[in-house]
Design a protein around this ligand. Structure first.
Ligand code: NDP
Length: 305
């Protein structure tokens, strides 16, 4: 039985691994399919303290992984598929394999939210995308819609102007949620336009996507627009499916933790975006990853591991 298993390899998970490994807990880390988390989908990170010139998201994650490995984290590049309570701790399932640990840190992050239209997934990667840095390249000199009104929508729109002829931000309200500085940057960009009080009501094409029907959220009027591609930037949904019914969630589906990153289950801690509806920053994920590891160490001491 392991002392500690960490599930999820984003900023929170790697930070927890660094602290737990240095505390000689010999943590086992399951990276899952999306190793590196959200920072793998971004370009420059300008607000992680210690990097005055900024750092690329994937480079930051690679550095954290190296640091966690250096102190003895056992890294397993597999996806955890199940979780249950056993007498002395917890069992996690990875397909047909099982692993057990006295304590667990959940740092599974959050994944991109989709619109929820019936045929949407047919267009996934064939007209509808959730990562501009991954797929923007395919839209050289094309026209693109970006859906959303937050910082991600602004960031993705600005990034996409490197390739696209024109980027139109489709937002369901007439005010943006994004920070002032990001709003200004986007509004100043000559390739970016805004379509206010609008939402995508229908997707048309074989696939690939050919056109969309846009509905005015005030008048309910609809109009069809030809478009080459759509990038969604409408927030993220916490990855909690494998903990179904066992770990308490808040009203928005995020794992409930107390100020010491404890969940409702003894010895199970959560860190990073999976438990953070409010801040969702790399540095706050690192902070809660650290807290979860320190608390796991304390817990293991208390149960005399
Ligand atoms: P947010 O939750 O901040 O914004 C989501 C946006 O999508 C909102 O404008 C929301 O509309 C809209 N939306 C949500 N659901 C739907 C839907 N079903 N259909 C249409 N529109 C929808 O998410 P972000 O990903 O933008 O940002 C998350 C966090 O990360 C924030 O704290 C942000 O500040 C931070 N961030 C910071 C960056 C930076 O500093 N460089 C870059 C990117 C993110 P409505 O406004 O009407 O609710």
């Amino acid at each position: 039985m392991e002392k500690l298993i960490i599930i999820g390899a984003g900023v929170a998970g790697w930070t927890a691994a660094i602290y737990a490994a240095r505390a000689e807990l010999k943590p086992m880390m399951f990276t899952g399919a999306e190793e590196g988390g959200q920072l793998m989908l971004t370009t420059g990170v300008d607000n992680f303290p210690g990097f005055p010139e900024g750092i690329l998201g994937p480079d930051l994650m690679q550095n954290m992984k190296k640091q966690a490995e250096k102190f003895g984290t056992k890294i397993i590049q597999k996806n955890v598929t199940g979780f249950k309570k056993i007498n002395e701790g917890y069992e996690i399932m990875v397909g047909k394999e099982t692993y057990s640990a006295k304590s667990i840190i959940i740092s599974t992050g959050a994944s991109a939210r989709w619109l929820g239209l019936p045929n949407e997934k047919n267009f996934q990667g064939r007209g509808i995308h959730t990562c501009a840095t991954c797929d923007g390249f395919f839209y050289k000199n094309k026209e693109i819609f970006v859906v959303g009104g937050g910082d991600s929508a602004m960031e993705e729109s600005i990034f996409l102007t490197k390739f696209a002829k024109k980027v139109t931000v489709i937002h369901r309200k007439d005010v943006l949620r994004a920070s002032k500085i990001m709003q200004e940057k986007a509004k100043k960009n000559p390739k970016i336009e805004f379509m206010w009080n609008s939402e995508i009501a229908e997707l048309k094409g074989e696939p690939p996507l050919k056109s969309v029907v846009i509905k005015d959220t005030k008048t309910e009027e609809t109009k069809e627009h030809k478009i080459d591609g759509i990038f969604l930037a409408i927030g993220h949904v916490p990855n909690v499916k494998i903990f179904g019914g066992m770990v308490d969630l808040d009203d928005y589906g995020f794992i409930k933790t107390d100020s010491r990153r404890r969940t409702n289950l003894p010895g199970v801690f959560a860190a990073g975006d999976v438990q953070d509806r409010l801040y969702k920053q790399a540095v706050t994920a690192a902070g809660t990853g650290c807290e979860a590891a320190l608390e796991a160490e304390r817990y293991l001491g208390e149960i005399k591991e």
